[in-house]
Ligand binder design. Sequence first.
Ligand SMILES: [Zn+2]
Length: 331
Amino acid sequence: MTTLMPTPRHYSAARLFTGPHSSVENKLAYPMEAYQRTPRRTVSCAGVGLHSGKDVHLTIKPAPPNSGIRFIRADLGGRSVAAHMDKVVNTTLATTLAEGDCLVSTTEHLLAALRGCGIDNADIELDGPEVPIMDGSAAPFCDLLRQAGCRRQNASRIALRITQPIHHEENGKRLAVFPFAGFTVFEEIVFDDDIIQRQIFSSALRGDNFLEHIAPARTFGRAEDVEMLWARGLALGGTLDNVVTIHWNRKSVLNEGGLRFPNEFVRHKALDLIGDLTLLGFPLLARVHAFKAGHGQHLGLMRAIVASPDCWEWVRLSPDGNFKRVEAVAM
Ligand SMILES: [Zn+2]
């Protein structure tokens, strides 16, 4: 028997059986959807890529149970890349996935919206190499998913439940996951900009918390850094309509309407974390702590989780609010 890495492509109903601890039923901390979900209808939007500055059309389509999230490049004859941590090729400024020359960047805000709206399976079709930045947050994608509606599928939702703490640290940037029968993020950032300084944000992913408190938080950058990125041919699509831009004086923002939340910066970091963690391929049951972490450290944490199989297990969620351990084994 070989325990498989956590990827939706590696399990099917036929491969799952209830393991030796099956008699032990545990209660979720709060009700969670027990079945996998996909968008009810196909929906589309268009926007500009933050880094490429190019127009891109994006279509979200329903997908079968256990297929996970997949990005499809319509402009490359329909070649695709799975939204999976093994496909990450770059974490500088954004999370970029690739399978051969099928590359898709800035995936994290859309993935956060899918997770926040409880979508497990979807095909994301694009006609360019970058997910449109929209307003810099996940809210426009959540609106799109609300238009699509949601279909409950005839397949149980399997979650990756943390049973022992796992830590990951890089150059003073730290992440950790702890056992919890739900999903909570605790995010902390420290910047020397007067407008940020030290910000803390914590939220459970339940009810409308994601839609109200996390999804609207926009990506941000310093005015001088945006200018430097432009000079390097990056952030070409970046404007005050899609990036919270910190004034050269570091005390205010250049955006006319100001901030959406006093701590919008740390909320956006929580959004990025939720988006990147979808690349595990399964919802996490855990309390996640992040300190000064970015996309590279999020990937490092996922790798640390995969490398610590004694610290987690797969569980099947049931409609009565319980979860039960299952084992995925090779056929
Ligand atoms: Zn972001």
